[in-house]
Ligand binder design. Structure first.
Ligand code: ATP
Length: 245
């Protein structure tokens, strides 16, 4: 059964059709890629799915309709995302950065009442750290992390909320080849453990290497979808990328 099911999503900014009739599904344990040239509508798609922008069409999570629901309700139902610029709380440790999403109400209460006290432990936090291979950095300050580790912490933070699906917006941006390969390995393991993942990225070796299925957007429309092998050789996809370069 599909975890995330999106039907004919459409978004217009004034007269600009940023997204037209885009449909896709992500099943349990599946890693689906969403690619396309700059300005194709990938971030708009995630914004619409998570409720940040108003959209036409239908969004379902585990068969339940989320259309028209505000972002916090979608998040509570299990729809998580990371942002292109994944900001961390620099003064907090890696564990504390995850605690913020794993148990937000307790954390903010703790911050307000006794400044500096560690929030109560939540088993989702060590689980998420372990899934991303970050156990050894649990007590490190976020400010000490390399770019590659920061991205992994961003994914772990989303995972710590125990979501059904995570939409990842360009997690490999700014990473070198080794860091991107490590990220890919970890994302594949997260999907294999059952969390559905929707991956947006411009790093083609990452996307082609780990995705089960890929959807390609150009000018807000789906121009191709299929396995990495099918998409890689699709004439419309080749033309879209050559035209963009
Ligand atoms: P990139 O790969 O560069 O991040 P993208 O595929 O994520 O691009 P979007 O950022 O979703 O593309 O943009 C899709 C289209 O919508 C573009 O034409 C963009 O200029 C336009 N757009 C995005 N956000 C807005 C906005 N808030 N107001 C008006 N137009 C917007």
């Amino acid at each position: 059964m599909n975890v995330l099911s999106v039907r004919q999503l459409g978004v217009s900014y004034g007269g600009v059709h940023a997204l037209s009739d885009v449909s896709l599904e992500v099943g349990e344990g599946q890693l689906v890629g969403l690619i396309g040239p700059n300005g194709a509508g990938k971030t708009t798609f995630v914004d619409a799915v998570t409720g940040l922008v108003t959209a036409r069409g239908r969004v379902e999570l585990d068969g339940k309709d989320l259309t028209g629901r505000p972002p916090h309700v979608r998040a509570r139902r299990g729809l998580a995302r990371t942002f292109q610029s994944s900001e961390l709380f620099e003064d907090l440790t890696v564990t504390e950065n995850l605690q913020v999403t794993a148990d937000p109400s307790t954390w903010w209460t703790a911050l307000g009442e006794t400044f500096g006290r560690r929030p109560p432990s939540n088993p989702a936090v060590p689980e998420a750290l372990s899934a991303l291979g970050l156990e050894d950095l649990a007590d490190a300050s976020a400010s000490e992390l390399s770019q590659g580790r920061r991205k992994l912490v961003g994914v772990a933070r989303a995972l710590a909320a125990r979501p059904r699906v995570i939409c990842l917006d360009e997690p490999a941006a700014g990473l070198d080849t080794t860091e991107s390969a490590e990220l890919g390995h970890r994302l594949r393991a997260v999907a294999d453990a059952g969390t559905a993942l929707l991956l947006i990225d411009h790093d083609m070796s990452l996307v082609m290497g780990i995705c089960d299925h890929i959807v390609v957007l150009e000018f807000g429309k789906v121009i191709a979808s299929g396995t990495p092998a099918q998409v890689r050789t699709d004439p419309a996809v080749i033309a879209a990328y050559l035209g963009a370069s």
